[in-house]
Every structure is written in C-alpha cells, then in structure tokens.
Design a protein around this ligand. Structure first.
Ligand code: FE
Length: 145
C-alpha cells in the first residue's frame, strides 16, 4: 500500500467485511461526549493530549466505535506531530479513504470502513516502505490485547 493506492481508494473504496450502522442517538449512549464529537462529527483532539500519543505497548488498535482492529502497534512510529501515527493499517479494507477539502486544504480523510468512525487523515510523508503517515486521534481508537 502506498500513496497511489490511497488516491485510488479515495475514488473507489474496498468493500468492508461487515458494516455497523447506528444513529447519532445510539452512538451518544456508547461514547463519551468527546469521543462522540471526534468520531461521529469529525472532530480533532488537541495535539500531545491523546492517550496514545506516547504509547509503546504492543497490541492492536481497534476502532473506538465498533471494535474492528485497524492498526498494529508494530506499525506505530514517532512522528513528532502529537497524534498517534502509523505507517499502515492491518488490512486494506478496514479503512475508508475520502478526499477532504475543508479548511482550504486538500487532504485525505481516513475513517473506519465498517462504521464510518472518523479516525484522522493520511499523508504521503511517512517512513518507508509505505511512505504513509496515518495521523489518528487517540479518541478514535482503543488499544486491545
Ligand atoms: Fe468502526
């Protein structure tokens, strides 16, 4: 997976293995107000404040909303940005890519492909071999064993 794949997927996302769909009211019952704002309303946590910014424990990071494994701690790297950063996802079809032109910038938003949880953005300035930097809100993921 590289930046060309990201651009390709942003036009035509891979099909997920399953789908989880809930109303905002249902999500509100399952999430804290901050988690709801970030995951369901495309919010961004302040840099250097998230619980996984400095985390090095081994394990899988799952979607905070639906529990789908998204990232492996082995792909986590120190980006210096203040947000947990990964070079790749555990599987191509767990991430949904969408072109985001908000705030006068052209970026690629990443979401959980199962439940549409907003995760963050992906940039083409990560370490090899993928060259990708998935910049993810701690509030959107949960470290599982
Ligand atoms: Fe999800």
């Amino acid at each position: 997976m590289n930046w060309n794949d990201v651009l390709k997927y942003a036009k035509n996302n891979p099909a997920p293995d399953r789908r989880v769909e809930r109303s905002d009211e249902e999500w509100k019952k399952l999430l804290t107000p901050e988690e709801f704002h970030i995951t369901r309303k495309k919010g961004t946590e302040r840099p250097f404040t998230g619980e996984y910014c400095e985390a090095h424990e081994p394990g899988l990071y799952a979607c905070r909303c639906c529990g789908t494994p998204l990232f492996d701690s082995g792909q986590k790297f120190e980006s210096g940005t203040g947000w947990p950063s990964f070079t790749e996802s555990v599987k191509d079809n767990v991430i949904k890519y969408e072109k985001d032109t908000s705030f006068g910038m052209t970026r690629v938003e990443v979401m959980c492909n199962v439940c549409d949880c907003h995760l963050g953005h992906v940039f083409p300035d990560g370490p090899p071999p993928s060259g990708l930097r998935f910049c993810i809100n701690s509030a959107s993921i949960k470290l599982i064993g």
